[in-house]
Design a protein around this ligand. Structure first.
Ligand code: ZN
Length: 390
């Protein structure tokens, strides 16, 4: 089996919401530069994407919405469909730029479906909030949902989607809410405390698909050990029962303690541990097939480049020791462009990621979500919500 596929082209930097918008493509550029300087991408041929076609976008988006996105840069501000707002400003070439993001994730999906590789990664993907007929949460088209829909038509009938972004993966959940072939799992900051205000444990899937939407809402301030405790109490058992043929993961890193838009307290070390866990689960339960995409992440300099360099390294089986120094070349060039930024010295935050497995005598803040979610979805999968062995 050849190397895992890394999808990248600098044209992806054109998905730029402009001005002071937090979704700044510099995070991708700094990630690729850091991964390159650390040798993570050495000898890895990059897959260069094409924009997704209208037919591919229509898998999950309406004709009216596609027309609105295409016309938006010419039509001024009043185009509806969630466009032209503070979150989703209209920008030139927005259709082409977003179609390219979708095409990138599709390219990874294709490489896996054709058997050219078992793993693919697209750090520019992960636009998980986009809905059928409207933009939402910085997301115009939903690359995750298009890729899953495409995989369902190309030989796969059970796909698991795991979303570790700090925000609820609402667009993907909605797209497949009544489709029993897709298990969507989202761990996120509790909807009572964070946009988009959905992702309660009680959201479990539509008629005929009960138990295939899984939500784990975590209290603000949750750190790596709590996050991992909740993850391990719910996700591995479900994957073992669901037996996906592909694992698709949205790997947003706005769950970091320093992220300006949300209030979970994970670290770069936690992110690295999550990626290694996802890889192991893909190997154990998804026949090794793993399609990983990016997502949110708004600490552009100190967090995203390091966390997604760990993601790239993990997908490529080139795991980096947390103590690896950040290369001086990267620090110098970034320091020139952002003289006031406090640059990271190492690929670690020095955080503790050891967790205690759920089911002990303790009662931790995340256990409310663990119990609620297990009780909401485990019975539909033949699992006992109150037995920690399940
Ligand atoms: Zn997010």
């Amino acid at each position: 089996m050849p190397h895992p596929a890394v999808v990248w082209d600098s044209a992806l930097l054109k998905y730029d919401l402009g001005g002071e918008h937090p979704f700044n493509p510099v995070r991708l550029e700094l990630t690729i530069r850091l991964a390159t300087e650390l040798g993570v991408l050495e000898d890895i041929p990059l897959l260069v994407p094409e924009p997704a076609s209208d037919d591919e976008l229509r898998r999950v988006h309406s004709d009216e919405y596609l027309a609105a996105v295409k016309q938006a840069p010419l039509a001024g501000w009043d185009v509806g469909h969630g466009l032209g707002t503070t979150d989703n400003p209209v920008f030139s070439d927005m259709h082409d730029a977003t179609a390219l993001v979708v095409g990138s994730t599709l390219l990874g999906a294709r490489a896996i479906a054709e058997g050219a590789t078992r793993r693919a990664v697209n750090i520019a993907g992960g636009l998980h909030h986009a809905m059928r007929d409207h933009a939402s949460g910085f997301c115009v088209y939903n690359d995750c949902a298009v890729a899953i829909s495409w995989l369902l038509d190309h030989g796969f009938e059970r796909i698991a989607y795991v979303d570790t972004d700090v925000h609820h993966g609402d667009g993907v959940q909605t797209a497949f809410y009544s489709d029993p072939r897709v298990l969507t799992v989202s761990l996120h900051q509790h909807p009572f405390t964070l946009w988009p205000g959905t992702g309660y444990s009680a959201e479990t899937g539509g008629p005929g698909a009960e138990g295939t939407a899984v939500n784990i809402p975590l209290p603000p301030g949750t750190r790596d050990p709590g996050w991992l405790r909740a993850f391990h109490a719910v996700v591995p058992s479900l994957l073992a029962e669901f037996r996906p043929q592909v694992l698709v993961t949205q790997c947003g890193v706005d769950s970091h303690e320093e992220d300006p838009l949300a209030d979970l307290s994970l670290s770069v070390d936690g992110h690295r541990t999550i990626y290694r866990t996802l890889r192991a689960l893909a190997e154990e339960h998804a026949e090794g097939r793993w399609l990983a995409v990016g997502g949110g992440g708004y600490q552009l300099i100190r967090v995203v480049p390091r966390s997604w360099t760990h993601l790239l390294a993990t997908v490529l089986d080139r795991d980096l020791d947390p103590g690896t120094p950040v290369p001086p070349g990267w620090r110098t060039s970034v320091g020139r462009a952002a003289p006031n930024a406090e640059l990271p010295l190492k690929m670690t935050d020095g955080a503790e990621t050891e967790y205690r497995a759920w089911g002990d005598e303790r009662d931790e803040p995340v256990d409310v979500a663990v119990r609620d979610t297990r009780r909401a979805v485990f019975p539909a999968h033949g699992l006992d919500p109150d037995d920690p062995r399940d």
